[in-house]
Design a protein around this ligand. Structure first.
Ligand SMILES: [Zn+2]
Ligand SMILES: [Zn+2]
Length: 338
């Protein structure tokens, strides 16, 4: 079969690889249909990922169809599935507490082990969710949206609460969309007028343009000086995370959606006087995948606007390399494999 292999930073090629063999008990062989390209993939390609071992087949936003079943699996051959790419151990403290999204030994397809930018892949059946009528193209978008849906669920936000999402990339937009679905009153803050323009005109979000004024002034104006009840940071930027503390209202919550590689620091008096809640959010759970799939099915997610670029498996080495630096007009790119 064909696989897109990142041999080392900047070196992306198509290789012929052996098709995966008979799936072990509890696993299935899946023919890959669509793969979304993520910020993580660009980071791996550019050598910016903190702990990645090369060579690596990327790809963790995946849909496909079952082609062969290992023993003890309910799914049928030919069934369309959404792949949850977070392989969990099932035994650690997080898994025992129903949180496989933050398993101590988590292995993410396309990051810790080879992913889905190829024709076929083996996946544990517990990581395969029936698409239940979702198109295979839409099914590949469920994972990146589930990150935002999970963060919104972690926030425990209540309808009507003033909410700020910082960062208008795919993860921030997904967070904003699922915050709106939860009834929150959402504004987006970003440094890119182009991204904000898209969020405003195409998706209908209020926007705060950080390239025109200081974020603290914009927040003060938007909230009559009170701050936002909920603030989500989806920037992956250390300075943005640190300044986000000041945008939270007294009694409010800050949710860190994207991870930064540095330590973060904040003023404890400012944190304490607000009685602020600080929440980390990592990956997503099956309930989030189900919520996203249901929301796409009932038309609440404008996916046709979010998927802006398409390519094939053969075109991926060229196109992914280009999109790593040509970001204008790019929200989400998808590889059509099958
Ligand atoms: Zn992703
Ligand atoms: Zn575990």
């Amino acid at each position: 079969m064909k696989a897109v292999v990142c041999r080392s930073p900047g070196d992306l090629v198509i290789e012929d690889r052996a098709t995966p063999g008979m799936p072990p008990p509890g696993w299935a062989r899946v023919a890959v249909s669509h793969v979304g390209i993520c910020g993580t993939d660009y980071h791996i390609f550019e050598g910016k990922h903190p702990f990645l071992a090369y060579p690596r087949v990327m790809g963790h936003e995946v849909s496909g169809t079952i082609v062969e079943r290992g023993e003890g699996i309910d799914l049928s051959v030919g069934e369309a599935v959404i792949i949850n790419p977070y392989l969990a151990c099932g035994k650690c403290i997080a898994c025992r507490h129903g949180k496989p999204n933050c398993c101590v030994k988590i292995e993410v397809l396309g990051v810790h082990r080879d992913g889905a930018m190829c024709d076929e892949i083996l996946v544990p059946a517990q990581n395969l969710y029936p698409a239940n009528g979702l198109s295979l193209a839409d099914a590949a978008a469920v994972e990146f949206l589930a990150i935002g849906a999970h963060a919104v669920r972690r926030s425990l936000g209540a309808p009507g609460q003033r909410t700020l999402v910082i960062g208008a990339g795919p993860i921030g937009l997904g967070t904003a969309i699922f915050a709106r679905i939860a009834g929150l009153d959402v504004s987006l803050l970003d440094m890119s007028a182009e991204r904000l323009g898209f969020a405003e005109t195409e998706l209908g979000f209020a926007s705060l343009d950080g390239s025109k004024a200081s974020a603290s002034d914009l927040v003060r104006q938007a909230t009559a000086g009170e701050g936002f009840d909920l603030v989500f940071d989806a920037t992956g930027n250390t300075r943005s995370v640190q300044s986000a503390f000041a945008h939270v209202a007294h009694g409010g919550t800050l949710v860190l959606v994207s991870v930064v590689k540095d330590d973060i620091s904040f003023s404890d008096p400012e944190f304490h006087k607000r009685e602020m809640t600080l929440v980390g959010s990592r990956n997503a759970l099956r309930a989030d995948f189900d919520h996203v799939a249901a929301s796409i099915r009932n038309g609440a997610v404008p996916l046709n606007k979010l998927v802006t670029h398409r390519t094939t498996l053969a075109g991926t080495p060229r196109d992914l390399a280009r999109w790593a630096h040509e970001k204008s007009g790019l929200i989400k790119a998808v590889i059509e494999v099958g």
